[in-house]
Design a protein around this ligand. Sequence first.
Ligand code: PLP
Length: 362
Amino acid sequence: MSGPKTHSWIDDLEIYIAGKAKVDDVKNIHKLSANESALGPSPMAMEAYRNAASELHRYPDPAYYDLRKALAQKHTINAENIVCGVGSDEILKLACRAYLSPGDHALYVAHSFSMYPIAIKAMGAKAIEVEDKDYKADVDNILEALTDKTRIIFIANPNNPTGTYLPRSEIERLWKNIPSNILLVLDAAYAEFVCADDYDAGIDLVEKSENILMTRTFSKLYGLAALRLGWGYTNAKIAETLNKLRDPFNVPSSAQIAGIAALNDTEFETKAIAFNKKWRDWLSAEISSLGLHVIPSATNFILFRFDDNVKSAAAANDYLMKHGYILRYYKGQGLEKFLRLTVGTEEENREIINLLRKFLEK
Ligand SMILES: *Cc1c(COP(=O)(O)O)cnc(C)c1O
């Protein structure tokens, strides 16, 4: 006997690698590896969170009525068709549980969010990676990869870790060309940061489709990553399915209350969007002027490439870490020549450019 036996696909599953938070022997750490909020959490959300402590003995509202109402008002959408989760990660996983059986196919784009293959393979389904083009999802490549076994297509729009986005017209073209038994997941974790006029997170499409799920998060712009709060917007039938599968009390009261406060804190929201745009543009220009190749970003992070074999991404990563700056370095995923930098505070942004300059001149 050797103990309980799992499915073979669970034995083979990789564990998600999160952005590093610590470096041995370095005290002052600046964590710019996980696309967290440069301005911290919304002050109104922090206050609401503190006030939630007196109700810790109560189970949360399993239908999170007030949170759904606040989301519905903010986005002018139907509260009935919102599903909340422990981060948007939970919504992505619920979609896989609901629609994938062993042997099914689910598609995701190369150089995108590494949770997708993990969530797909956890169901025993086959994770099919589709080639991208210039670090962007490519609709024609996705359409070519469809088979009669395809059940889900995951698109991060904007995409992590590349920062690129697809315009609304391309998403619509994709949707119009897939059969309605395939679920199209539009992961819009960074939607709030996008300034482009031709971008759309997918709300209209959700409302006219049978097969679209848009996911959103409070972890990025709203700065509530620690509370693990995300949501999905879809049609009544898919919402009902996901609600059957989730835990009844999946979202704690503290997260519900803080989430509502964050939605109401429009001052913080406006400030955070403007701050991000200013420093994303500044960092992109500075990094380019250092001779590194910047992938244009619509998000709160920037992916950039080192083409030199000595002054490489790996060497830069080590150098920055020694100075207390943690960026995201991808050993896998075909991004060995890249680092991903989250927009930080003004001081951090200026210092990272100083450090990069020193590294390159060394
Ligand atoms: C950060 C991120 C998420 C999810 O974040 P949660 O904290 O689970 O809500 C989802 N998709 C992408 C592409 C992300 O970068």
